[in-house]
Design a binder for this molecule. Structure first.
Ligand SMILES: [Zn+2]
Length: 326
């Protein structure tokens, strides 16, 4: 939990030797690769994020360390549970892949693809306002595109030596790390040269400002993707998008919890038996689930009403009156 000793934690998170070892092992970086990363401006951005929004800060840290509550995490934590089914690890948007933190960038659900494409366009706009030259943008865009489509990074050759340096070093660090804000130093170094060589630019432009804009924009892409994903996760009406496996998971859950979830009046919905219900075709399964979803809602509602009208226990069990003989 990232709730207290925050200054200390930020400091530790960005400088400690143990964390360096941890990250090098996790990300398969050599010492040299670790040193390619622009830690200075990342630390600056993390601090600004903390000052700006505490909940946003927590989300960003979870994102950077892959501890966001994704399907994959949920499945891990519910695998040995006996009172409810193992949670689905599937992405709630495409229902095709196990959901990890970085799956958001590779998800093939049309809405996710559309949102990410728009966000990358916004990123381009924001960086153009900071005078990012087109050769640098092309290289950045190619890296992101290859990461999205799991393409071959060597298939793209940047147009200039500066773009090539940044692109190749970022590929060593990895492009998932770029999306998390762990940038190759070369992006910022190249921008220092751009600002220094163009006397017409506003004197307030700086490498720090460029890096901060880039990092905060990348984090904001993640925030938008995550929030669309959360909307999908809590949308019960998308039953038609569910895969057969997910339908079976729900059917099993209803059967296993029949008596706790439903009242006697709904039990005849289960007369087919589990195996038979699982063997129905997809549209009949959906119909079955939809009916029970409806029953579940009304059962939950009536149980709540019942509880609300129930008087405290001592109302039904009055303490015995002390008799005169005691
Ligand atoms: Zn997906």
């Amino acid at each position: 939990m990232i709730t207290n000793h925050i200054r200390e934690r930020i400091h530790t998170a960005t400088t400690s030797h143990a964390l360096k070892l941890y990250l090098c092992t996790k990300c398969e970086w050599s010492d040299d690769t670790y040193n390619l990363i622009d830690w200075e401006h990342l630390e600056y951005s993390v601090k600004s994020r903390y000052k700006a929004t505490k909940s946003g800060f927590a989300r960003t840290i979870k994102f950077m360390h892959d501890i966001q509550n994704t399907g994959s995490q949920k499945r891990k934590f519910t695998m040995n549970r006996t009172t409810a089914p193992t949670a689905s690890g599937m992405c709630p948007c495409c229902m095709l892949n196990e959901e990890t933190t970085m799956h958001l960038y590779q998800c093939q659900a049309p809405e996710m693809l559309k949102l990410l494409t728009e966000e990358i366009r916004d990123l381009e706009d924001a960086l153009q306002r900071r005078h990012l030259p087109s050769d640098m943008w092309r290289a950045m865009e190619a890296g992101i595109t290859h990461y999205r489509s799991r393409g071959e990074y060597s298939a793209y050759i940047p147009a200039t030596p500066r773009a090539d340096r940044a692109y190749c070093n970022q590929t060593l660090i990895n492009w998932d790390q770029f999306l998390k804000g762990r940038l190759a130093k070369d992006w910022g170094l190249a921008m220092s040269d751009v600002y220094a060589s163009d006397a017409g630019l506003n004197y307030t432009e700086s490498r720090r400002r460029f890096s901060a804009v880039l990092i905060s924009q990348l984090w904001s892409v993640y925030d938008k993707l995550w929030s669309l994903r959360c909307e999908k996760l809590h949308d019960d009406t998308n039953i038609h998008a569910l895969s057969n496996m997910e339908l079976d998971r729900r059917i099993r859950y209803f059967y296993a919890n029949k008596t706790t979830l439903f009242d006697g009046g709904d039990f005849d919905r289960f007369h087919l038996g589990l195996e038979h219900t699982l063997s129905l075709d997809k549209s009949r399964k959906k119909g079955w689930i939809q009916t029970l979803d409806g029953s579940l809602k009304s059962t939950t509602k009536s149980r709540k009403t019942f509880l609300r009208h129930m008087k405290p226990l001592h109302h039904y069990f009055q303490p015995a009156q002390n008799s005169a003989e005691d």
